[in-house]
Write a protein that binds this ligand. Structure first.
Ligand SMILES: [Ca+2]
Ligand SMILES: [Ca+2]
Length: 119
C-alpha cells in the first residue's frame, strides 16, 4: 500500500516499526480481553472467570482447555504474562495474522463483544 499522507512521507516507517506497532496493538487488544474476563480484578484468571466469559454448551469444556493450555506453571491461575505469551505463540504459528486471532477471540468470548471496545 502506498503511503499518501504528508506525515507518512516525512516519517516513513520501516517494516520493523510497522511490525512492532502491529504487535503492540495486538497485545493491547488481547489484554483488554484479559481485563474484561478478570471479574474480581485480582490480576489473574481462574477457570470460572473464563467460563463466565464464554457462551454456549461448550463453555465448560473450552474453559478447561484454555486453563490447561495457558497455565504454564500449573498454579491454577492464568497470569497476564501467560496470557500474552500464549497469544504471541499463536500469532507466531499462524504467520502473524493478528486479525484472524482477534476475530476468533470475539467469537469465543461473545459475552464481551458488546461491552468492550476492541480494535
Ligand atoms: Ca480474577
Ligand atoms: Ca499460572
Amino acid at each position: 500500500m502506498p503511503e499518501t499522507t504528508a506525515a507518512a512521507r516525512a516519517h516513513p516507517k520501516n517494516t520493523e516499526e510497522r511490525e512492532a506497532d502491529k504487535i503492540l496493538k495486538f497485545k493491547t487488544a488481547v489484554m483488554k480481553y484479559f481485563n474484561k474476563l478478570d471479574i474480581d480484578s485480582d490480576g489473574f484468571l481462574v477457570k470460572e472467570e473464563i467460563r463466565k466469559g464464554m457462551k454456549g454448551a461448550k463453555a465448560e469444556k473450552m474453559a478447561a482447555y484454555y486453563l490447561r493450555d495457558l497455565d504454564v506453571n500449573h498454579d491454577g491461575f492464568i497470569e497476564p504474562d501467560e496470557w500474552i505469551r500464549w497469544f504471541m505463540a499463536v500469532l507466531d504459528r499462524n504467520g502473524g495474522d493478528s486479525e484472524s486471532i482477534l476475530k476468533e477471540l470475539r467469537m469465543v468470548f461473545r459475552n464481551l463483544r458488546d461491552s468492550t471496545e476492541l480494535c
